[in-house]
Design a binder for this molecule. Structure first.
Ligand code: FAD
Length: 408
């Protein structure tokens, strides 16, 4: 049989691009397909979106050659402070402090703006010989066969490959087409996302401030700027999203506090409805799901993309090992190794973010006492605190080689 490529990747988002690059690093050819045009996603202007990348994810991007060109644009996360607050009263006194000096590896992670990361990824996939990038086209269906999968594109092209990897986000058509069931719920919250410039330096500190209507994350960006992820009830968020910039800042002020001095908006504002969505199975007949196509979690811990990159690192390692053993990389027993590696970790992270959001997003007196006691106890127990830090930094668990900073 003549294959058009080894693997078709549906979706050239951050996970799809990372997937193509990781596969190319082990000599596996791919065709990556996305309905969006690269030029529409490569705007040099700052649009306010940014990601906290765990230390393990940064190591992976270094190995894949993405990080070097953007390292100077990133802001190391040196400290994380978590505080529980009362409605309209700003941050409470009880807080949990994660200090990077307790980790021998250095900063827990890096903040990087979407415009730099996305552009670097898209530039690399267009310049890597083993990757063929088809933009302005979507994957509309696939037919698994015994030894191959036939993938149909929106322009009726048919591609024969050994495997289809769905990196097509939370509304994954690949998952639906493969009959992979998704479960989840709506949080009745939306995240208001933007960046602010501020008068005082942030000193590399990230703040997670829990309020009864949802958490507010203030994440340090390069310079005197911070990225804001402000979760509010869906109704309140819709009201705030409608406000002009001046009214928006007036609404943000009492929640944000004044510890960074005067603040002003930098870039655009976005609003994302928050849902939990998890597939029961990460794999099907000649199909594997990666990133948000497999799991969409609450953004309060800033772990969504980190989980997706771990999927990419694990799947590419499983496929590389299978190829070296002479196995068919699209066979179910090979794909099952990927699912075994990733499913439990993902379910645990989804459960943890869901539980934290439920515990903190309310003004119940009993729960307030319980969570303040919890924050205080973790803060007072150095080993437990370090355990949390290592996990958030992507430094614990059964890590794939790329996340250890090694080639596959
Ligand atoms: C408010 C907020 C803040 C966040 N902050 C962080 C953070 O700080 N750190 C972190 O780790 N994560 C964070 N996340 C999560 C992170 O943004 C996502 O997990 C990540 O961007 C998902 O990337 P993806 O490539 O899997 O999916 P997507 O970004 O959804 O990309 C999917 C791609 O597939 C394409 N596509 C769709 N349908 C098809 C089709 N039929 N055929 C081909 N292509 C198709 C789309 O055009 C798109 O390009 C945050 C999320 C939110 C909502």
């Amino acid at each position: 049989m003549k294959f058009d490529t080894d693997i078709v990747i549906a979706g050239a988002g951050l996970n799809g691009c990372a997937m193509a690059l990781a596969l190319a690093s082990v000599g596996i050819a791919s065709v990556i397909v996305d309905p969006q045009l690269a030029k529409d996603q490569q705007s040099p202007a700052f649009d306010g979106r940014a990601y906290s990348l765990a230390h393990g994810s940064v190591r992976m991007l270094q190995v894949l050659g993405v990080w070097n060109s953007i390292a100077t644009k990133a802001q190391p996360i040196l400290d994380i402070k978590v505080t529980d607050g009362k409605a309209g009263q700003g941050a409470g006194p009880q807080f949990l402090h994660f200090d990077h000096r307790e980790l021998e590896e250095g900063p827990m992670g890096q903040m990087i703006e979407d415009r730099y990361l996305r552009r670097a990824m898209l530039d690399l996939i267009t310049n890597t010989p083993l990757i063929r990038y088809i933009e302005g086209t979507s994957v509309t269906g696939h037919r698994p066969q015994n030894a191959h999968v036939e993938v149909t594109l929106s322009d009726d092209t048919k591609l024969l490959a050994r495997l289809l990897v769905g990196c097509d986000g939370r509304r994954s058509n690949t998952a639906r087409d493969a009959g992979l069931v998704r479960r989840g719920w709506d949080y009745d919250q939306s995240a208001l996302v933007c960046a602010v410039e501020h008068e005082l330096p942030h000193n590399g500190t990230a703040h997670q401030f829990f309020t009864p209507s949802g958490p507010l994350a203030i994440l340090p960006l390069a310079g005197r700027r911070s990225s804001i992820v402000w979760s509010e009830t869906a109704q309140r968020a819709a009201e705030i999203a409608q406000m002009n910039d001046t009214d928006f800042l007036t609404a943000l002020r009492p929640v944000f506090g004044d510890f960074l001095g005067e603040i002003a908006l930098a870039g655009a504002r976005f609003s994302y409805p928050l849902t939990l969505s998890l597939v029961d199975d990460f794999v099907g007949a000649r199909v594997a799901l990666v990133g948000d196509a497999a799991h969409g979690i609450h953004p309060l811990a800033g772990q969504g993309l980190n989980l997706g990159l771990k999927d990419v690192a694990s799947l590419s390692e499983v496929l590389a090992m299978a190829l070296r053993r002479g196995e068919d990389i699209g066979r179910m027993d090979v794909l099952a190794r990927y699912q075994t590696w990733r499913r439990f970790d993902t379910q645990m992270m989804a459960a943890a973010t869901d539980g934290i959001n439920r515990l903190f997003s309310n003004d119940n007196l009993f729960l307030r006492g319980l969570r303040d006691m919890g924050l205080g106890s973790v803060n007072a127990m150095p080993n437990l605190r370090r355990g949390f830090m290592r996990h958030a930094a992507g430094l614990s668990g059964d890590l794939p080689k790329l996340m250890l900073g090694q080639g596959i």
